[in-house]
Design a protein around this ligand. Structure first.
Ligand SMILES: Cc1cc2nc3c(=O)[nH]c(=O)nc-3n(C[C@H](O)[C@H](O)[C@H](O)COP(=O)(O)O)c2cc1C
Length: 198
């Protein structure tokens, strides 16, 4: 089993989403002793933004790219290869300003590549990252009902678009609502991990 662990919190050891991803990965490794784990901590080492230079590099034919453009495309290529090789992807998803952090969005921006991880057919888009399990550790300061969650629908849409349809979201809610709420939110996340990875 190849496990890809992506963490994106900027809060270092205080991060709840990173804590949950670590627990999920530990569970997976315990159940699959031969598993390999590739870790990316974009909170500590952000992937570069999708800017004009990055897009220009991507749309320049490979044999005409400058050394700088080649290097930029290779950064994204590496993330695509990791995602393709993974059987299980474990994503840390803090909620910052009602959305996923830019660190996580940059990972999606890097791996969403036409003809490689998705394509358009006559019947619509087709995700090409198939047969993978995705766990998402969603940590948030508040508590959101599913119907008014501002962050999760976009993540689900992006994952579905790429073919990553087998999703389990683990919620740590109330992380900014005082010690009791933090304890309750963490306990709920721990129970959800137990249930999902029993
Ligand atoms: C810059 C910033 C913005 C935040 N915005 C929100 C928000 O919009 N809604 C919310 O419920 N919590 C928000 N929070 C609280 C975080 O979601 C909470 O601290 C959560 O634990 C973050 O995940 P992490 O611990 O993995 O970093 C924000 C926190 C920070 C630091």
């Amino acid at each position: 089993m190849n496990i890809l662990q992506i963490t994106t919190s900027v809060r270092g050891d205080a991060s709840e989403s990173t804590r949950v991803t670590n627990q999920i990965v530990a569970r997976l490794v315990a159940a699959n002793p031969g598993a390999t784990v590739v870790r990316r901590d974009f909170g500590a080492q952000p992937h570069p933004l999708l800017d004009g230079a990055a897009l220009g590099a991507l749309f320049t034919p490979a044999d005409q790219r400058t050394a700088e453009q080649l290097a930029r495309v290779q950064l994204d290529d590496a993330l695509i290869l990791e995602a393709q090789a993974a059987d299980v992807i474990v994503l840390g998803a803090p909620m910052y300003n009602f959305a996923m952090p830019v660190q996580l969005k940059s990972w999606f921006d890097a791996i969403a590549r036409a003809g490689v991880t998705f394509r358009y057919t006559e019947t619509g888009p087709e995700g090409l990252l198939k047969n993978k399990k995705v766990y998402v550790a969603a940590a948030r300061g508040g508590v959101y009902e599913e119907a008014n969650d501002p962050q999760v629908p976009q993540m689900r849409a992006l994952l579905n678009f790429l073919g990553l349809t087998d999703q389990t979201f683990i919620y740590s809610s109330g992380m900014a609502m005082g010690p009791d709420a933090v304890a309750n939110g963490q306990a709920a996340a721990n129970a959800a991990i137990e249930k999902a990875l029993a």
